[in-house]
Design a protein around this ligand. Structure first.
Ligand code: PLP
Length: 411
């Protein structure tokens, strides 16, 4: 008897698909494998001692231990919401703790936004490519996804205007050090996006998962801030997470949304899981104030070096026709091969050589991008990056020697 015979599934269940990245995660656990596949920060850089000290302090005192272990407010732990508002304000925004909802990572924020905003068949604009977890969340609600190209100079404004004119429920953007490309939107491009979205009355969902992982200068103002200057702060939902700068296992993300939407989000949080884990939120609140600055200094310095190592190794590989992004922050380098080449085919050789990456098609709403790939430089040491890139070079060599049409184009 199949599961469907026992439990007739909702039509929505057919829209759930396994994540190729999570499947690669299983291979990544093979001994000797070097993985550039996961979008995971380096566990060696988690502020473990501070988390242990905060946990001991919270649980070691009776009032705070009771608070940590009983039910809490659906909006989230107020001191954490206050700290996050302060963090946003220090970054040039005007955030109010009242309008912040704590979510189980930014992923739950995306799921909630999809639940509240997407009716089957409504159009949602995303970039080409975009974060695969957003695609998963939006697809579950049967959104019609329209994607627009982005490069170093920003979003293609002509395509954006056409898509906005065709109508959309919202546009989803990762303006800083995007997953998967590592690209950021330049200031003028951000201003143009805010103006265009205001003109067509299309709200913006701004995902700032990577904004604090900056390795050169400070990034331009957020879309939320630019929209405020334009008198349109109500047209932006802002979400972010502590996953990439503190630790993803704390599952601490947040959404700052306009008043009315915030109220609905809180009701949704109740319906979903009542509230996030209070202990994790209390730990996060302590860390967000106390160790954030040193933690940021540490991860920025480490990831900057790793990014440099990966870019240098790509240069050294000297593969003709291969192009790559040069991110100024975040965790990813995006590769583009000649159009006839298939990244999935390269992956089979890479697995033989004990190195992993994510073929780029997963990040495209229309499954295009067969000739693209994402490499994460954050998760391992410089030595493992250098060794992994040598292995990747061998995989390219094997592909070149493979008796088929794809490989010829690499030379
Ligand atoms: C752009 C982006 N948004 C959201 C998330 C989800 O992060 P989390 O749920 O760990 O906070 C990720 C994780 O990789 C991401 O890359």
């Amino acid at each position: 008897m199949t599961l469907d015979n026992c439990f007739p599934l909702a039509a929505r269940a057919a829209l759930l698909e396994p994540s190729s990245i999570r499947e690669l995660g299983k291979l990544a656990r093979n001994p000797g494998m070097i993985s550039f596949a996961g979008g995971t920060p380096d566990p060696a850089l988690f502020p473990t001692a501070s988390i242990a000290a905060a946990t001991a302090a919270i649980l070691g005192e009776s009032a705070s231990s009771r608070e940590a272990l009983t039910y809490g407010p659906s909006e989230g732990y107020l001191p954490l919401r206050t700290s996050l508002a302060r963090l946003m304000n220090a970054d040039g925004m005007r955030a109010n703790a009242e309008n912040i909802l704590i979510t189980s990572g930014a992923q739950q924020a995306l799921e909630f936004i999809a639940t509240l905003l997407i009716d089957p068949g409504v159009r949602v604009i995303v970039t080409h490519p975009t974060y695969v977890g957003a695609l998963q969340a939006f697809r579950l609600y049967n959104a019609e996804l329209a994607s627009i190209p982005q490069d170093e100079s920003g979003l293609d404004l002509r395509s954006l205007e056409l898509e906005l004119a065709a109508g959309a429920r919202f546009i989803y953007l990762v303006p800083d050090f995007a997953n998967p490309t590592g690209l950021s939107l330049p200031l003028e491009n951000r201003q143009a996006i805010v103006e265009l979205c205001a003109r067509f009355g299309v709200p913006i969902v701004e995902d700032q998962a990577y904004r604090h992982l900056t390795y050169e200068s400070s990034p331009p103002p957020t879309l939320l801030e630019l929209a405020r200057r334009h008198g349109r702060a109500g047209g932006v939902i802002y979400l972010s997470t502590l996953s990439k700068v503190i630790a993803p296992g704390l599952r601490t993300g947040w959404i700052l949304a306009p008043e009315e939407l915030h109220r609905k989000l809180v009701m949704l949080k109740q319906a979903s899981d009542l509230h996030g884990t209070t202990l994790a939120q209390m730990i996060a609140a302590q860390l967000a104030e106390s160790v954030m600055a040193t933690q940021l200094d540490g991860v920025r310095a480490a990831y900057r070096e790793r990014r440099d190592a990966m870019l240098a190794a790509l240069e050294k590989l000297g593969i003709p026709g291969l192009r790559w992004s040069k991110p100024t922050g975040g965790m990813f380098v995006w590769l583009t091969f000649p159009a006839t080449m298939d990244a999935a085919q390269l992956l089979t050789y890479a697995v033989e050589e004990q190195v992993l990456f994510v073929p780029g098609a997963a990040f495209h709403a229309d499954a295009a991008g067969q000739n693209t790939a994402r490499l994460c430089f954050a998760a391992g040491s410089i030595a493992s990056i250098e060794e992994g890139m040598v292995r990747l070079g061998v995989a390219f060599e094997k592909l070149h020697r493979a008796p088929d049409a794809h490989s010829a184009s690499l030379r």
